[in-house]
Design a protein around this ligand. Structure first.
Ligand SMILES: Nc1ncnc2c1ncn2[C@@H]1O[C@H](COP(=O)(O)OP(=O)(O)OP(=O)(O)O)[C@@H](O)[C@H]1O
Ligand SMILES: [Mg+2]
Length: 351
């Protein structure tokens, strides 16, 4: 990729508008948010910025006068802010405020809604592919339950009845496991609610879900789970990420090969790797695979939304995804999640 001058942005105002700006800019290549300011340290955008490891401050004036930003975006709605920016901004930095900032904000709101709809559409499409296999998987234990219940009705020996009852209990547990994974998968995307996630456990759940969406019978699954701290995330979002990557891996291997799921902590980040021994991704495709609607699965089930959604959801959680691939050998997707360092914006060197 050609290298371009990075755009370093300061966002003033961390309400709805500021939060939407953070979401969008955080996932734009070549754009870096160097600081976010709001008088309310608990404004939604301040919380999101901390999650993304973006420095935050309640002191807008000192953030504005810091070197390092070449664009200051003001969505505070505070009429005095324009004068403050004009007086304090470093030479060379541009300001976007007033109606221009409002216009950018409303464009971003639309884009944001569109992204959320695409995530949801992708989830529904996957649920559609899961439905047939789930119905099949549910049918077997139901037959067992019915069969054993009928046997119990005619059985006199308490020991045998107990055995049959145990079979029923096991079948119900199996069914309830399927129902739990499905309901986790179909959950709506998060609205700011994060919970502590045990990543290896969620990878195992995703693997079970992926088995409904694709053929994994002849895939050797290797788990290399180093203990990792919990990450704060939305389980519905993360399972969507993992299922997509596992399904892609299985589809690439055409149902045969070795799938390695790994977790490790390195350099202050939690890394999840999903490796397959498929044909790899040709170099000319590597820049395109995360674009919406890019698919090489024409005539099959590919919508090309999988990796686009994966990257969006990972960025939403402050993470990064990179791909390593060698033609003829395989592909590895590495996802890095930050640990929970919460930096504050450094005070202005000029006071
Ligand atoms: N593990 C992989 N090995 C080889 N190629 C891959 C792998 N993962 C993704 N790709 C390539 O990237 C493309 C885009 O993947 P993505 O998941 O976005 O869409 P898709 O799998 O084609 O369709 P969908 O996910 O909507 O069913 C794939 O069509 C494939 O060419
Ligand atoms: Mg896919």
């Amino acid at each position: 990729m050609a290298s371009v001058e990075p755009i370093n942005i300061i966002i003033l105002g961390a309400g709805k508008g500021g939060t939407a700006l953070i979401e969008l800019f955080a996932s734009c290549a070549g754009v870096k948010i160097v600081g976010v300011a709001d008088t309310n340290p608990n404004a939604p955008g301040m919380q999101r910025a901390r999650l993304l490891n973006i420095p935050t401050t309640t002191d807008a004036a000192s953030l504005i006068s810091r070197d390092g930003a070449n664009l200051i975006v003001d969505v505070t709605g505070d009429p005095a802010m324009a004068a403050l920016i004009a007086n304090r901004k470093p030479r060379g930095a541009e300001a976007l405020s007033g109606i221009a900032a409002k216009l950018v904000w409303s464009l971003i709101q639309d884009e944001q809604e569109l992204r959320e709809q695409l995530v949801h559409t992708e989830k529904l499409a996957t649920l559609g592919t899961l439905a047939a296999s789930v119905a099949h998987e549910v049918n077997n234990p139901l037959h067992w339950i019915l069969g054993f219940a009928q046997l119990i009705q005619e059985e006199k020996k308490a020991v045998v009845i107990k055995e049959y009852a145990q079979e029923i209990v096991d079948s119900v547990k199996h069914l309830s496991g399927i129902a739990k994974s499905l309901s986790m998968y179909s959950q709506a995307s998060f609205q700011g609610e994060l919970v502590g996630i045990d990543v290896p456990d969620l990878l195992d759940k995703a693997l079970k879900m992926a088995m409904f969406a694709t053929v994994l019978d002849e895939v050797e699954v290797v788990r290399e789970f180093a203990p990792v701290p919990e990450i704060q995330a939305d389980p519905g979002d993360l399972i969507q990420v993992f299922v997509n990557l596992i399904v892609n891996a299985a589809q690439a291997m055409k149902g045969r090969g070795r799938l390695t799921l790994a977790t490790l902590v390195k350099g202050g980040a939690i890394t999840v790797s999903i490796h397959d021994t498929g044909p790899g991704i040709p170099p000319e495709h590597r820049d395109k695979i995360f674009a919406p609607f890019f698919t090489t699965k024409q005539g099959e089930k590919g919508t090309g939304l999988g990796l686009y959604v994966v990257r969006n959801l990972i960025h939403k959680h402050g993470g990064q995804i990179v791909v390593e691939s060698e033609e003829g050998k395989g592909t590895t997707f590495h996802i890095q999640f930050p640990t929970s360092d919460r930096p504050e914006a450094a005070p202005s060197p000029r006071g």
